[in-house]
Design a protein around this ligand. Structure first.
Ligand code: UD1
Ligand code: CA
Length: 463
């Protein structure tokens, strides 16, 4: 089996993005552009994968902690794509076989297209195979120049092109497959005599043509696959294209999307069969939604796990939560990181939960804050209950047992423990542990001043 090396070019700043972050770290479907490219390449099971970085290299490396150290190649100065490829090729050492070079800013190339290209390259035993496409409007891309017999003669960048060359609609998609020997020779011969004073990787095509090397091309048909991201508008276009594809995939797998145009599902999120998702819903990061769930709408879920038969009523924000079967949440609820809701819990309107676990079938139906709390099963948290978990210096925990009734408008000043089967009277401020089975009351006793109102009104009227 012939070896396969991959070089991904990702050292450029991406000036046209006008961003402090390097271009390949911009998110598409919730993942950096570079992560999409790495994913597509991984499908080819290459022997080596090298990413050439320069601008913002440290930030990029941090974003991919699972990458092998040896996979990063530093291009100190960005002297052009040809120079970047040369850095990559040097790092490949005496590797022999085929080398695939791709731009890090072309995120939606499919594994299928890449493997098709590799198969074509190998079956024709070409020295160089180029990915090409034909566009209605080729603006911005390098143009493929062909001889009258159809053979590729070279690639010209738009800025260096004559008017006639600009009229060519066949473009270089930034995908190159070359035998390692040819590549080394071609990269060594590059110069920077062009409009931008850069070493252009596409110039390896002219080098090949001049030496009568074997140059082939594969044509990509789907613009989603070959479009590059150079500015925010192109990023938005890509996001839309990816979103459509992801939504279609989940609908095919038995998910109802009431309004696909306003449903945003990240590339790594998953959804079970017969789940129904309403408009303006965001399933972000590694969110996992089970079967037969209902998400009514306006949900913003990041890294959330919903088991089966969960009902999220309108307008919920959830982050890093684990939600078991049969739970219902909302409308208007905020579940923050570290929230675990056991089976059949109900969290109602205007309730916030953070870093807390809530036991099976427990309810907090209205207007509460539950933070840093261990809450048992079959308990009821009355409206307006607050766990006071922060004294300005440290966060403390509240523990509430099973079958507890917490009266409305209770404050639980942590650290505090409420035993099983306890009752807390409405309006209490609980500062001491409550024994199991006890009634706790801390509110001031009610008293009456008889006939007070008549006297008060008389005094006021006189004044
Ligand atoms: C490039 C091609 C163009 C092609 C287009 C397809 C060149 C000269 N032109 O143009 O023919 O149609 O892609 O999308 O290659 N990079 C480095 N080091 C550098 C310069 C760039 O690593 O010194 C990286 C960038 O980070 C980027 C990739 O190379 O990921 C392409 O660079 P970019 O400036 O976007 O090239 P284009 O102008 O799009
Ligand atoms: Ca580009």
């Amino acid at each position: 089996m012939r070896g396969l090396g991959v070089i991904i070019l990702a050292a450029g700043q991406g000036k046209r993005m006008r961003s402090a972050a390097p271009k390949v770290m911009h998110l598409l479907g919730g993942k950096p552009l570079l992560s999409h490219v790495l994913g597509a390449c991984a499908g080819l099971e290459p022997d080596r994968v090298l990413v050439v970085v320069g601008h913002g290299a440290a930030g990029i490396r941090e974003g991919f902690p699972e990458m092998d150290e040896a996979g990063w190649v530093l291009q100190r100065e960005q002297l052009g794509t040809g120079h970047a490829a040369r850095c990559g090729a040097e790092a490949l050492g005496d590797f022999t076989g085929d080398v695939l070079i791709l731009n890090g800013d072309v995120p939606l190339l499919s594994r299928l297209s890449l493997s098709g290209m590799l198969a074509a390259h190998r079956s024709r035993a070409d020295d160089l195979t180029l990915g090409v496409a034909t566009l209605e409007d080729p603006t911005g891309y390098g143009r493929i120049l062909r001889r009258p017999d159809g053979d590729i003669a070279g690639i010209v960048e738009e800025r260096d092109a004559t008017a006639a060359e600009r009229a060519v609609r066949e473009i270089n998609v930034g995908l190159y497959l070359a035998s390692s020997d040819f590549l080394r020779a071609a990269l060594a011969a590059l110069d920077n005599h062009n409009h931008q004073g850069e070493y252009y990787l596409p110039d390896i095509a002219r080098f090949a043509a001049e030496r009568e090397a074997r140059v082939g091309s594969v044509t990509l048909d789907d613009p989603r696959e070959f479009r590059g991201v150079n500015n925010r508008e192109e990023l938005a276009w890509m996001e839309k294209a990816l979103q459509r594809e992801i939504n279609r995939k989940w609908m095919e797998r038995g998910v109802t999307l009431k309004d696909p145009d306003s449903t945003y599902i990240d590339a790594d999120a998953t959804i079970g069969e017969d789940t129904v998702i309403g408009p303006n819903s965001h399933l972000l990061g590694r969110t996992v939604v089970g079967a037969r769930c209902r998400v009514d709408g306006s949900a913003y879920l990041t890294n959330v796990r919903l088991a089966d038969d969960v009902h999220l009523r309108f307008s919920v924000v959830m982050d890093d939560c684990d939600i078991e079967d049969g739970v219902s949440v909302g409308p208007f609820a905020h579940l923050r990181p570290g929230t675990v809701l056991r089976r059949n819990v109900h969290i109602g309107n205007f309730v916030e939960v953070k870093n807390s676990s809530v036991g099976e079938s427990t309810k907090a139906s209205h207007l509460s804050y539950i933070g840093d709390t261990e809450l048992g099963r079959d308990s009821n948290i009355g409206a307006g209950t607050i766990t006071c978990n922060y004294d300005g210096f440290t966060k403390s925990r509240t523990t509430i047992g099973d079958r507890v009734q917490v009266g409305s408008d209770t404050q639980l000043v942590a650290p505090v423990v409420v035993g099983d089967d306890a009752y807390i009277g409405a309006g209490s401020t609980i500062t001491k542990d409550v024994p199991a089975g006890a009634l706790a009351l801390s509110r001031a006793p009610q008293r009456h001043v008889e006939d007070w109102v008549a006297g008060y009104r008389a005094r006021k009227t006189k004044a």
